[in-house]
Design a protein around this ligand. Structure first.
Ligand code: ADP
Ligand code: ASP
Ligand code: MG
Length: 423
């Protein structure tokens, strides 16, 4: 059997018909290397953002089911157009959506996880010599409901397909030449990394480096899928390879800096200081599938025997969370619930910070000398995150990137544009 290569092309790479023609050529190049090729595509350009805007113009709180029905259409346009472009160049190709293949997910709208991918149809079509073009981002439940995997989820579709097909490699083609030490749209002389470990990439992606969907890295690590991020527009550059940690030589304490502007901070005030309160609070949020990121519980106040519990969630979950919290605070006998959306999480990531003292203090000192106030802190073995005011995010990223000496002499070639709600 031939080797299977999975290629994924993001929105900027398929933004117009000329770019789609360019993608068709890249796909054919891989086919001509003697490989079977499965291609995953995202919606064209900013299509998904436009669909979201239209939905919100009609209904301020659209149902998650209908949002999935709507947003999944973007990828359906791209797969048909790319397949036509490949066929026009004389190659056999066929497009499939998630339902046709059987990309099965949990029964959760807007951020479903893939549970299984049927491979019979894919294998049959590859054997017949077809290039297969698959709609990213979408899935289907057991009972035929359309789901989506969360914004940026086409990366995860691609890696999951690569795992299911036991592919040789999964190449993520995007609008930058690989993974950089920080977003090159914010720091133009950020350095491109030749390799990065799954662990560091996972932390970077979770911290807001949206070059890869976090769950794609998680899946690649779990199934040991060799993953590469490279540019659609410069095939001479091999991009960044994401690999197991044992292959890494760690010489810098910090591998990258990221900022996440998609979170809001919630404070539940005056929670009684008794066992089980936090379990109830976070249990109710978990039941509604709301992920919580940073959590801080204040020191118990002796006089009132209460704590404040502060945490961050994704702003997309805020409406749902507010409804739940109104009920939970009564159940807990807690005080007010305060919401703050003027926040950003800035993080430094690096396996090299393990057992190397002084990294946290350098981060805090750098933010302090830039006049930036830290509002919450959280750490993992290879990551330190600080919650700061949103307007300080760019300044913080630039200062931290500089202090940890991550810049290089070259200016990165970036094709995509910065959406309004990012840095
Ligand atoms: P695609 O549409 O191809 O999926 P995305 O916009 O989702 O592309 O991701 C690519 C973008 O991620 C780049 O344009 C870049 O600005 C941004 N980005 C953020 N952090 C990083 C990083 N550390 N390395 C590379 N790109 C990054
Ligand atoms: N089109 C979807 C989005 O914009 C999925 C993706 O691009 O990966 O979020
Ligand atoms: Mg993306």
């Amino acid at each position: 059997m031939k080797k299977v290569i999975v290629q994924k092309f993001g929105g900027t790479s398929v933004a117009d018909t000329d770019k789609i023609k360019n993608v068709a050529k890249t796909v054919i190049r891989e086919k001509n290397n003697g490989n079977d090729v499965v291609v995953v595509v995202s919606a064209m350009g900013h299509t998904t953002d436009h669909l979201v805007k239209m939905a919100k113009a009609l209904n301020s709180n659209p149902s998650a089911r209908e949002m999935d029905m709507l947003l999944s259409t973007g990828e359906c346009v791209s797969i048909a157009l790319l397949t036509m472009a490949i066929q026009a160049l004389g190659y056999k190709a066929v497009s499939f959506n998630a339902m046709q293949i059987g990309i099965l997910t949990e029964n959760v709208h807007s951020k479903a996880r893939i549970v299984d991918i049927k491979t019979d149809k894919l294998k049959k079509n590859l054997e017949e010599g077809n290039i297969i073009v698959v709609a990213g981002f979408q899935g289907v439940t057991d009972d035929g409901e359309i789901t989506t995997l969360g914004r940026g989820g086409s990366d995860t579709s691609a890696v999951a397909l690569a795992a299911a097909l036991n592919a040789e490699r999964c190449d993520i083609y995007t609008d930058v030449e690989g993974v950089y030490t920080t977003d090159p749209r914010v720091v133009p002389n950020a350095s491109r990394l030749d390799i990065i470990s799954y662990e560091e990439m996972l932390e970077l992606a979770h911290a807001g480096a949206n070059v890869l969907h976090p769950r794609s890295v998680e899946t690649a690590k779990q199934y040991a899928v060799p993953l590469r991020v490279r540019s659609s527009f410069n095939l001479d550059n091999m991009g960044t390879l994401i690999v197991g940690v044992e292959k890494m030589e760690i010489n810098k304490p910090v591998a990258g800096v990221a900022a996440d502007l998609s979170q809001v901070r919630v404070v539940v005030c005056d929670v009684p200081d008794t066992p089980g309160e936090a379990a109830t609070l976070f249990g109710c949020l978990a039941q509604e599938n709301i992920s919580v990121d940073m959590i801080i519980q204040s020191y118990a106040r002796k006089a009132s025997q209460t704590n404040d519990i502060a945490f961050t969630i994704n702003k997309e979950d805020l409406d749902k969370a507010s409804t739940i919290l109104d009920e939970v605070k009564v159940k807990l006998g807690a005080g007010d619930v305060k919401i703050d959306d003027n926040i950003a999480k800035v993080s430094i990531i690096g396996a090299g910070m393990i057992d190397r003292p002084g990294i946290a203090s350098t981060m805090f000192k750098t933010l302090a000398t830039s006049g930036i106030n830290i509002r919450m802190i959280s750490t993992s073995e290879i990551k330190i995150s600080c919650l700061i005011n949103k307007e300080d995010a760019q300044k913080a990223v630039k200062a931290l990137h500089e202090v940890f000496q991550l810049e290089c002499d070259e200016i990165a070639d970036v094709k995509g544009t910065l959406p309004e709600d990012e840095l």
